[in-house]
Write a protein that binds this ligand. Structure first.
Ligand SMILES: Nc1nc2c(ncn2[C@@H]2O[C@H](COP(=O)(O)OP(=O)(O)O)[C@@H](O)[C@H]2O)c(=O)[nH]1
Ligand SMILES: [Mg+2]
Length: 234
């Protein structure tokens, strides 16, 4: 875990005490924005790799699924604080991303609610760009769990953009040729589409445009969170 990731963790070293004071000080001043970010996607879509890009580290375990068994079998939440990341109302503000990695397939409302009782600010929908993909039940499921407003809080990330590059396919051409399902999803989400190559750069660097996009999207929603409807059917 790098020093930034554990910035708000409790410990007794001088650095821990000072950083804790700094976190508390900023929180007390209201100069800290905490966003709960839920990663959703199929097995091997790149969810954990996107999580790493967002927290700028390698803490989420990634890798191939062996005999159909995924690396990620449980919900896992990791936070990262970005000090003085942006300005609001004339003052510098920290950004804390609390990223929730998920097992494959659809969100389990009770687990999401346990981890984010105050709600989810951003839904990150992750799809591999290099494989044919359909998940026709996804939208109905998200509506059941998060209500009709879910689209305003969602962003679509197409991973494996390196494979498109290798095939000489421009992202806009790719989208125009995508399936109806993927095009409709891309056009319907408030945060738009981002192409990501998780095989290049350090997570901290490749996550930069993602963090910017998430912050803009959340600002458009006045940093309100989607409440999880725990009675929703799976
Ligand atoms: N080439 C390439 N490999 C990727 C990309 N994103 C993820 N991977 C690889 O795909 C595999 C599955 O990624 P992972 O993040 O564990 O997927 P998850 O099962 O959805 O959490 C891992 O071996 C990653 O290194 C990408 O954009 N490009
Ligand atoms: Mg995973």
């Amino acid at each position: 875990m790098d020093p930034e990731t554990k910035r708000c963790h409790h410990g007794n070293t001088l650095v821990d005490i000072l950083s804790r004071w700094s976190c508390q000080h900023h929180e007390e001043e209201g100069n800290m924005l905490l966003l709960n970010v839920l990663l959703l996607g199929n097995r091997q879509s790149g969810r954990s790799s996107v999580g790493n890009a967002l927290i700028g580290g390698h803490e989420f375990q990634t890798g191939p699924s062996i005999f159909g068994v995924s690396m990620t079998t449980e919900y896992q939440a990791l936070s990262r604080n970005y000090p003085r990341y942006f300005r609001r109302q004339g003052a510098e503000s920290d950004l804390t991303l609390r990223v929730i990695d998920t097992p494959p397939l659809l969100a389990q409302p009770h687990r999401v609610h346990e981890l984010c009782p105050e709600g989810v600010h951003i839904l990150v929908l992750i799809v591999r760009a290099d494989l044919p993909h359909e998940n026709p039940h996804l939208e109905q499921h998200l509506e059941n769990v998060f209500g009709p407003e879910w689209r305003r809080h969602a962003v679509l990330i197409l991973t494996h953009a390196d494979q498109l590059k290798k095939a000489g396919l421009d992202p806009t051409v790719y989208l125009s040729q995508a399936t109806d399902w993927l095009r409709a999803l891309a056009e319907g989400v408030g945060g738009g589409v981002l192409f990501l190559d998780n095989s290049c750069d350090w997570p901290l660097i490749r996550g930069r445009p993602l963090r910017e996009r998430l912050l803009c999207l959340s600002a458009r929603n006045h940093h309100q969170a989607l409440k999880v409807q725990t009675e929703a059917s799976l």
